[in-house]
Write a protein that binds this ligand. Structure first.
Ligand code: NAD
Ligand code: NA
Length: 397
């Protein structure tokens, strides 16, 4: 079968398993081109199969020699359906890790469930040396079933202040178009906090603590985004912003607990804007990212997913140059948020039109990044070659 890209707005309906291998390989190559670092030895990554979680796993394994457990929600081959990008990323990671004798174990399923927590803890106890040094929380999900009351909550990408209309990029049609974000009801705000806030992160830490699998000096970091003025309406002042504030509040509770019991730490890290499966569907965000890339590339300070996470880990979490704000958040988004960067992005934002957006933004770069997330647009992958789905279906993460 020959696999071609098919898009719907900011969603990719197909992905390329051979391209996924290249996607993972390039990130590994980057880490190997950098110095090795002293980091954690045993790591659990929740949301390990794509975006920031995958990059973190690659940096820790190939940069610090960490053994990793990944939890992700992905699908394999079903009939003529090729499976999800994160499924293939995980298989590619495993293959590369195995070649270097790096232990990697995967749990594919719902991280929000108690059953998943129990399974992971059992594995840590019986087969992973008994303890972990680091937990990375990098989930992006639209739905969560609360394991305590069994109710299912859906997140809403909405404003909490007023209806917002603004431009975004439609990758399917390759156009810039207006999007409107409605105002969330109190119920929708609550549901989004339930899905994307700190509750599940806390449940993980509580379960791991009860299971006795946290080491002395244990650290945990959850990933978040703040963003600049042009995205405030959709992000900071949106339902996602409300959820992220809850995550930050949780980090303080967890930090107090971990410090006391394990001499440990809990942080939220605010990362740079990037195209991922999660961010590509947030209104306005893709256009902001394309303008930001233009400015950051011109200044020589652009980072992709792997560069961003590698800097967070080597300089901040396991290094001596942490950038921390007054609210105790790690700030690898510091280059994105630089005043000169934001001034130039705002100037472009005022000028951008459906006619000129491909010229004045780094549309090509943002689109390439989006396509590569799904294994497409690599110059060294033959996309006309037949992909043997039956053979691939035998592989499991
Ligand atoms: P992503 O979509 O690439 O990754 C999400 C991960 O969560 C995947 O591994 C997926 O399998 C997993 N997942 C989703 N639902 C799950 C479930 N029920 N059980 C188990 N695993 C599940 O997203 P991303 O952009 O890497 O986002 C990760 C975090 O980084 C989010 O908290 C996001 O807010 C944050 N972040 C993203 C950006 C950005 O620009 N993309 C910027 C800053 C911070
Ligand atoms: Na992730």
């Amino acid at each position: 079968m020959v696999i071609k890209p098919r898009l719907k707005g900011g969603l990719a309906l197909t992905n390329h398993p051979i391209g996924a291998k290249e996607f993972v390989k390039r990130q590994i190559d980057y880490v190997k081109s950098q110095d090795k670092y002293e980091g954690p030895k045993k790591v659990l990554i929740i949301g390990s199969s794509s975006g920031y979680g995958l990059a973190t796993r690659i940096s820790l394994a190939f940069g610090a020699g960490a053994e990793t457990i990944g939890v992700a929600f992905e699908k394999g081959v079903e009939g003529k359906r090729v499976g999800s990008a994160g499924w293939w990323n995980t298989i590619a990671f495993n293959e590369a890790a195995e070649k270097e004798d790096l232990v990697s174990k995967n749990f594919i399923g719902d991280a929000f469930s108690m059953e998943m927590k129990d399974d992971v803890i059992k594995f840590i106890k019986e087969e992973f040396g008994g303890k972990i040094d680091l937990l990375i929380y990098s989930l992006a999900s639209g739905v969560r079933t609360d394991p305590i009351d069994g109710a299912t909550y859906r997140s809403a990408l909405k404003s909490t202040t007023k209806e917002i209309t603004g431009p975004t990029i439609n990758f399917e049609k390759e156009t810039m178009e207006e999007t409107t974000m409605g105002v969330a009801t109190p119920e929708e705000i609550k549901s989004t906090v339930k899905v994307m806030g700190g509750e599940d992160w806390k449940l993980w830490i509580e379960a791991l603590d009860k299971g006795g699998v946290l080491s002395e000096g244990f650290k945990t970091v959850a990933y978040s985004y703040l963003g600049p003025k042009v995205t405030y309406g959709i992000y900071k002042e949106g339902t996602i912003g409300a959820a992220k504030r809850d995550l930050e509040h949780t980090s303080d509770i967890l930090n107090d607990f971990l410090k006391e019991k394990y001499n440990g730490e809990a942080y939220v890290s605010l990362s740079k804007a990037l195209m991922t499966r999660a961010s590509a569907v947030i209104p306005i965000f893709p256009l902001y990212a394309a303008l930001l890339y233009k400015v950051m590339k011109e200044k020589g300070i652009h980072e992709g997913t792997i560069e961003q996470k590698h800097r967070l880990l080597t300089q901040m979490v396991y290094g001596n140059n942490p950038v921390i704000d007054e609210e105790r958040r790690l700030r690898p988004d510091n280059w994105e948020m630089r005043e000169d960067v934001q001034e130039e992005v705002e100037a472009l934002w005022d000028k951008v039109t459906p006619e000129n957006f491909k010229q004045i933004s780094d549309y090509a770069g943002a689109r390439e990044e989006f396509m590569q997330l799904n294994g497409f647009d690599f110059d060294n992958v033959d996309y006309n070659a037949d992909v043997d789905l039956d053979e691939l279906a035998k592989l499991v993460p």
